[in-house]
Ligand binder design. Structure first.
Ligand SMILES: [Zn+2]
Length: 187
């Protein structure tokens, strides 16, 4: 997911010194891998750790707040995030085989963007609270709870792994406007 357009945490999302990982090309809307439900990870090995490192490097290079594996062409259930919530708390991590176990609270319509639909943001309805459960690269269980913009990020990334793109959840005029803008942005 793109960072909040307001940049409310003031952070630049560039990679940090000592960080491993190779920046990979980000797939754009229209690539079938973004429309394919990702497979569960079954092998927890060094290759998985390298993949997560590459995902972080790619997310930071693109100044993103979250990145799903299929956005770099890998159809596996993994996402990474470095995202502030509405209280300015920064959340950094990764999750393998995530399940969105809760999405509740009020619906909030706020600008949202995606690294696979670069340069565009649209007002998108999301729940104010979300909980994701999964495991880390070692297979150890993790539970991630988010509110505000971070809850938005969790919902956005889980949706990617099911073969969705946030444009799908727009409705009515916002969706028509998005489709027009995406067509206009295509070379
Ligand atoms: Zn996205």
């Amino acid at each position: 997911m793109a960072r909040a357009p307001q940049g409310r945490d003031g952070r630049r999302g560039k990679r940090q010194d000592g960080q491993q990982g190779t920046v990979r090309p980000i797939r754009r809307l229209g690539d079938p891998v973004l429309r394919t439900e990702c497979d569960p990870v079954r092998t927890f090995d060094a290759a998985l750790e390298r993949l997560v490192d590459d995902m972080f490097a790619t997310m930071y290079e693109a100044d993103g707040a979250g990145l799903a594996a299929n956005q770099i062409g890998v159809s596996q259930q993994i996402f990474v995030y470095d995202c502030a919530d509405d209280e300015g708390r920064r959340h950094i991590g990764h999750v393998v085989n995530p399940v969105l176990v809760a999405e509740d609270g009020e619906m909030v319509v706020e600008q949202e963007g995606c690294l696979s639909v670069p340069g565009l943001n649209f007002p998108t309805p999301r729940h104010a609270h979300a909980i994701v459960e999964g495991v880390d690269v070692k297979g150890k269980p993790v539970r991630i709870e988010g509110t505000g913009y971070f809850a938005r990020c969790l919902q956005h990334e889980c949706y990617h792994l099911r073969g969705g793109v946030y444009i799908d959840v727009l409705s009515g005029e916002a969706r028509r406007e998005a489709m027009r803008a995406i067509r206009a942005a295509q070379p």
